[in-house]
Design a protein around this ligand. Structure first.
Ligand code: ADP
Ligand code: MG
Length: 320
């Protein structure tokens, strides 16, 4: 195979201005699922694509996997352009789809062998048994896929995605419908793969999951990337909250009890209210109200803002 890309690119995946419009179907109007997404996924990272249901995560993953055709934009996988070098770009990723589709007539061993064959892995280079064993399916290699539990199917799909030893593994909602114990095993295995050099991309609609697993997180909502940064930076930002305290008598200066607090930022609004931005880890609304009260300020009203990311997150975490 001829390779034009460098052996180890800085970014495992580069996506530039990616758009996807699904055609109208059955009374449904056309749908713009991705509205110009650009992302660079660093080699060696565990990258989280976080967003509520319908945000466009699976659309993005399925375009990377070659299962959905993009409308416009460019995708490079391991340095290979998807349009000009489809074979190499495809060989560079393994994708675990969101849906648990498996042919019920094949055993895990057969499913793995067929997958390896599809990617041209020679029988001597196949890892069927070691992968199935590592995934805890050692004693299920020869049973029909029909008799596998949901968690086992998920693990078999991971095995299939790894059959050709790709440097990048993508998992679309890997823990949906997976119980706690298995989730832990799954994450341990994913961390092990990552420690062995595999770049991991996973999608989730749970902030906690992205927080636990990922070193970098992009948030996607309505087909648009609204954040893309290190986990620490993102959590720092999510932690900030603003409260506006409206006093009975308008203020002209910030009271000393509040101005002297290092952990908070205070300003006076044009109509004499007190706007306080604070970290939820470092201060509580109760403390702020006490400080205001102890400065002799009579409080008429208190409003908190959940704008931007926080608002998005509230949407996300609230059950749908
Ligand atoms: P997520 O994985 O983040 O939940 P999806 O990528 O599955 O989001 O969906 C994004 C949007 O595109 C949704 O509004 C969804 O209804 C729509 N969509 C997904 N697949 C199709 C399709 N095959 N045809 C038409 N619309 C689709
Ligand atoms: Mg999805």
């Amino acid at each position: 195979m001829s390779t034009t890309a460098q052996e180890t690119p800085d970014n495992a995946i580069e996506i530039d201005d990616l758009r996807k419009v699904y055609a109208a179907r059955g009374g449904e109007p056309e749908k713009e699922a991705l509205k110009g997404v650009s992302l660079a996924i660093p080699r060696g990272s565990i990258f989280g694509l976080l967003g509520p249901n319908g945000a466009g995560k699976s659309t993005l993953i399925n375009i990377l996997a070659g299962l959905v055709n993009k409308t416009s934009g460019s995708v490079r996988i391991w340095g290979f352009d998807q349009d000009t070098n489809p074979r190499m770009s495809r060989a560079s990723i393994g994708v675990v789809p969101q849906e648990l589709h498996l042919d019920p007539f094949f055993t895990p061993r057969e499913a793995m062998e067929i997958q390896a064959g599809l990617y041209g892995v020679k029988p001597a280079d196949r890892r069927t048994e070691s992968l199935l064993t590592a995934l805890g399916l050692g004693d299920k290699m020869n049973v029909g896929a029909r008799s596998l539990s949901g968690g086992m199917k998920r693990r078999l799909l991971i095995g299939k995605a790894l059959a050709h030893s790709p440097p990048v593994l993508i998992l679309d909602e890997p823990t949906a419908g997976v119980d706690i114990d298995l989730r832990r095993q799954l994450w341990d295995y994913v961390r092990e793969l990552n420690a062995g050099g595999v770049t991991i991309i996973l999608t989730t609609h749970y902030l906690e999951e992205a927080e636990e697993m990922c070193d970098r997180i992009a948030i996607i909502n309505h087909g648009t990337v609204i954040a893309d940064e290190s986990k620490d930076a993102l959590l720092g930002r999510l932690d900030r909250k603003t409260v506006t305290i409206v006093p009975v008598a308008p203020l002209s200066t910030v009271p000393q009890t509040l101005a002297s607090q290092a952990a908070i930022e205070t300003t006076i609004t044009p109509d004499g209210a007190l706007a306080i931005t604070y970290s939820r880890r470092e201060a509580s609304l109760g403390t702020l109200l006490e400080l205001t009260h102890s400065a002799g300020i009579e409080i008429r009203d208190v409003t908190t803002s959940e704008a931007g990311l926080e608002g998005v997150f509230l949407d996300m975490v609230s059950p749908t």
